[in-house]
Design a protein around this ligand. Structure first.
Ligand SMILES: O=C(O)CCC(=O)C(=O)O
Length: 330
């Protein structure tokens, strides 16, 4: 049975953590996303809601059967990698003891036709068409999270990873499983869409693949030995993961607002948000693998970040590889 925000009381939730910090489960610190399925067929209303909230949570927007198919194919890949416990049905996605936290597996999206249809065709593209008010272009790279027991994602804004094209770009976070809060799922910081341009003005101008050509890490970045240099403190060997902070609890206490999530994300749901909406995820406290994708969409006429679309002759996107690095004089 579908769990809804109205029948799930925050006081009844189990203890939840994000990045190992215990989330405050009080009405002023934690709550449920506002649903926008009521306006999903109305472009003006979708844009108005996005401008108000910085996100659109649209339960049931996608074809659930297609997502179930896509999940199955992803789980086959996880099984082949030895991540799953064969004592349980494959579709349950129960991880083998000691399998750790794979966290990121974009390769699992390859040759998965139902996943490609769900993400880049049909109801998803129609929804984005209404939202952007015209033809839609999507990135060719598909991020896939396979989060095992342990930490989710630190608070960040997506612009630092994909800001070389239009900033009117949107993320769709799509659960590939029914994900109760204990399995972890995405959480957004309420009102961060409005607050971040003021509180994070410098951060929002960063690009993780840019490094100081005249700094201590130039050679390491160019040789692929250091992924991303810390934007604020480019000390020798100091890496950065694009996060605003590793402490979601302290961030919320400083900013106010609530961490917003769903009592249970369901296959067929989608959560859309902007490049400046602060988000992270809840840690997975179970043995169930938490599968989801994050994908990106924009108006087809707007400039695109060259790292995330196919190159000449259909070459795979360069992404965060050395080819995507840019030096600057600091
Ligand atoms: O699924 C997650 O844990 C993180 C996803 C994310 O950061 C995104 O969708 O931009």
């Amino acid at each position: 049975m579908t769990t809804t925000a109205t029948d799930t009381k925050i006081a009844d939730l189990p203890r939840l953590q994000s990045r190992g910090r215990e989330l405050e489960l009080t009405p002023d610190a934690f709550g449920w996303l506002r649903r926008s399925d009521d306006v999903m067929h109305d472009g003006d209303a979708l844009r108005a809601r996005l401008a108000e909230d910085g996100y659109l949570y649209v339960p049931g927007a996608l074809n659930r059967d297609e997502i179930v198919e896509a999940r199955l194919q992803v789980l086959v890949k996880a099984q082949e990698e030895g991540l799953l416990d064969p004592a349980f049905p494959l579709l349950d996605g129960v991880m083998r003891e000691g399998a750790g936290n794979p966290y990121f597996r974009p390769s699992y999206t390859k040759e998965n036709a139902p996943l490609m249809r769900a993400l880049y065709d049909g109801p998803m593209i129609e929804l984005f068409g209404r939202l952007v008010g015209g033809p839609v272009r999507h990135f060719d790279f598909t991020w896939l999270r396979a989060v095992g027991a342990g930490p989710g994602t630190s608070p960040h804004c997506d612009i630092v990873y994909m800001g070389r094209g239009t900033h009117e770009l949107l993320t769709a976070w799509t659960p590939l499983g029914d994900i109760p809060v204990s399995v972890g799922g995405l959480m957004l910081l309420e009102n961060s869409y409005h607050e971040s341009p003021v509180r994070l003005a410098d951060y929002l101008r960063q690009d993780v693949d840019t490094f100081c050509e005249n700094g201590p890490n130039a050679e390491a970045v160019k040789a692929g030995k250091l992924g991303w240099e810390h934007w604020k403190e480019p000390a020798p060997g100091k890496a950065w993961d694009g996060a605003i902070t590793g402490d979601p609890v302290a961030l919320r206490a400083e900013w106010g607002g609530r961490w917003l999530t769903s009592p249970e994300y369901r296959m067929g749901d989608v959560l859309i948000f902007t490049m400046r909406t602060v988000h992270g995820s809840i840690d997975n406290a179970t043995r169930y693998i938490r599968l989801s994708t994050d994908t990106r969409y924009q108006h087809a006429d707007a400039p695109v970040d060259e790292r995330w679309v196919k190159g000449e002759g259909g070459a795979e996107p360069i992404g965060h590889s050395i080819a995507g690095k840019r030096g600057k004089i600091c």
